[in-house]
Design a protein around this ligand. Structure first.
Ligand SMILES: *Cc1c(COP(=O)(O)O)cnc(C)c1O
Length: 387
């Protein structure tokens, strides 16, 4: 059996009629950049996450970059980021000649460690970028407390977690100064190309972001600030408007699939059902953990990725690929081991949890259309590997 890591064709087949119509409507309007589709999507996302403003941008990376620019982060400013994330989280900081300051993550959630954030504050620190990695919220209360105490900006990287709430019932992306989302096709809410969104509650900051999205001209051709081309395309907005009403159902399916994985990993004797993050007894495979599980809110894990931990990671990956099971390593090289950041000042041994995460994790297929049969087959194949 071939089990892909992600099969977007199934989702397309299910929504083909509406999606085709939405795309054709844009073609007929010949209104391709920003415009009514984008402003409607902005309204719908703002309403969905409960933010005062949502500003459509060209990608998740540009959402982060533009947020930092609009918050006046510049040369020499220190911005605290988890060392274990997608590259963009740190890359955007360096592109502004600011300095990314790395912190370790929690090994249960893979999210930024607030204690380590506190340790990394200096008088140059200007901002923190917590990442809501793999589909669950970072622990925002301590982050916001630290930010308030030291007068820092907080830019949430919600690229993997749109639709998730923190334990106070606020959607991720609405807690800090700016929330950044990605609509890269493989994200849980994906467009048909690049796209992103910034959510903001402050009117002035929102206005600044809107102006900087189009080169900083206000009025057009008169520039008080330097922005860039950070615009979202109408075709992306049209596709995303068809998909947004399905997002919660897809998240529910992902959660069901994660529960099935757990059931089969227990049934096949690879996990005790409560592994406490250690490889003892029958725990050959450590399962992803929901730090939050409040079903009255959407304060839970939506499994944008389903990440297991195993000691024999590289051997298992080769075995699964041989058996035509899609899997991936997110992220094999944390920032503190990236060549491009070698010139920064940090303690190489200061990120033990991130080193473990980079060495032991595998993402298994989790997309909503996955069948129970496929899930059992993945687990059965892993059980064969361990025999
Ligand atoms: C995908 C992703 C981004 C970047 O989004 P793009 O739309 O691909 O530019 C940033 N941060 C995280 C955590 C991501 O997963």
């Amino acid at each position: 059996m071939n089990v892909p890591l992600l099969d977007l064709k199934l989702q397309y087949q299910n929504l083909k009629k509406e999606l085709d119509e939405a795309i054709l409507k844009v073609a007929e309007s010949q209104y391709f950049i920003l415009g009514p589709e984008v402003s409607e999507l902005e309204k719908e996302i703002a309403e969905y996450v409960g933010a005062k403003h949502a500003i459509g941008v060209s990608s998740g990376t540009d959402a982060l970059l533009l947020s930092l620019m609009a918050l006046n982060i510049g040369p020499g400013d220190e911005v605290i980021v988890p060392t274990y994330s997608f590259f963009a989280t740190a890359g955007v900081v360096s592109r502004l000649n600011a300095v990314p300051v790395f912190t370790d993550v929690d090994l249960t959630s893979f999210n930024i460690s607030p204690e380590d954030v506190e340790r990394k504050i200096t008088n140059k620190t200007k901002a923190i970028i917590p990442v809501h990695l793999y589909g669950q919220s970072a622990d925002m209360n301590p982050i916001m407390e630290i930010a308030e105490k030291h007068n820092l900006k907080v830019i949430e990287d919600g690229a993997q977690a749109i639709g998730v709430q923190y334990k106070d019932g606020k959607y991720v992306g609405t807690i800090g100064d700016a929330g950044c989302f990605s609509f890269f096709p493989s994200k849980n809410l994906g467009g048909y190309g690049d796209g992103g969104m910034i959510t903001v509650n402050d009117d002035e900051l929102a206005e600044r972001i809107r102006i900087m999205r189009v080169h900083g001209g206000a009025p057009k051709y008169y520039h008080k600030v330097i922005g860039g081309n950070f615009r979202l395309d109408a075709i992306q907005a049209a596709v995303l408007r068809v998909k947004l009403p399905h997002l919660d159902d897809w998240s529910a399916k992902r959660r069901e699939n994660a529960a099935l994985y757990k059931k089969y990993f227990i049934q096949y004797g690879l996990n005790s059902g409560d592994d406490n993050g250690s490889y003892d007894g029958e725990n050959k495979v450590l399962l992803p953990k929901a730090i939050y599980e409040n079903l009255e809110l959407k304060n839970y894990h939506i499994f944008n990725q389903h990440i297991i931990r195993v000691k024999e990671r590289d051997e298992l990956i080769s075995y699964l690929r041989e058996k035509e099971i899609g899997c991936e390593i997110y992220y094999p090289v944390p920032f503190h081991k990236q060549e491009c950041f070698a010139g920064l000042d940090f303690d190489e041994n200061g990120f033990p949890n991130s080193d473990v995460a980079a060495a032991e994790t595998i993402a298994l297929p989790i997309f909503p259309e996955l069948t129970e049969e496929q899930i059992e087959y993945v687990v059965k194949t892993i059980a064969e590997f361990y025999k």
